[in-house]
Ligand binder design. Structure first.
Ligand SMILES: CC(C)(COP(=O)(O)OP(=O)(O)OC[C@H]1O[C@@H](n2cnc3c(N)ncnc32)[C@H](O)[C@@H]1OP(=O)(O)O)[C@@H](O)C(=O)NCCC(=O)NCCS
Length: 125
């Protein structure tokens, strides 16, 4: 996803109707993923701003890893803005590592263009 506008209910409904797409968590913190063969993409992870930095993101990500593994994924991928230090901190603390960079990937609504990090994590036991 290279657009940075907020996701609406229709975006979620459309995505959840697609093969391999799943959600874990609840209204406090949730993650959305898509399994294709033996790979899973983390499409988004969000914790309610009022509840951040209390371990919910970590818990949701663990659920994401376990669910994706049960669905047959062996490797996980994600893209994250180089400016999203909270998300990058969460990923680095949960076994993900940087495997590449996409130049000028996000086109922000204020006109700025920002690089993305590509990160990966093995889901093997
Ligand atoms: C990224 C996000 C999901 C983290 O959720 P969270 O519930 O606050 O995460 P946790 O409390 O489980 O934190 C996990 C680790 O990340 C680190 N972390 C979280 N937010 C941080 C921040 N703002 N700055 C630095 N480190 C941070 C914590 O230190 C924590 O490590 P610890 O357990 O060793 O203390 C949350 O900030 C968020 O919803 N951001 C907006 C949406 C977003 O950008 N999603 C990712 C891209 S789609």
């Amino acid at each position: 996803m290279t657009e940075t506008k907020a996701w609406g209910a229709k975006d979620f409904a459309d995505l959840l109707g697609q093969t391999g797409v799943f959600v874990v968590g609840d209204a406090s913190s949730y993650a959305l993923g898509r399994v294709i063969f033996d790979e899973v993409e983390l499409l988004t992870i969000v914790t309610d701003p009022a509840l951040q930095k209390q371990g919910l993101g970590r818990k949701t990500l663990a659920q994401f890893h376990a669910t994706a593994q049960k669905m047959g994924a062996a490797t996980a991928f994600l893209e994250v803005s180089v400016e999203n230090s909270a998300a990058i901190a969460l990923y680095l603390k949960t076994g993900w590592q940087e495997v590449g960079k996409r130049k000028a990937y996000y086109h922000l609504q204020d006109g700025r263009v920002v690089d993305a990090l590509v990160m990966s994590r093995s889901l093997a036991e």
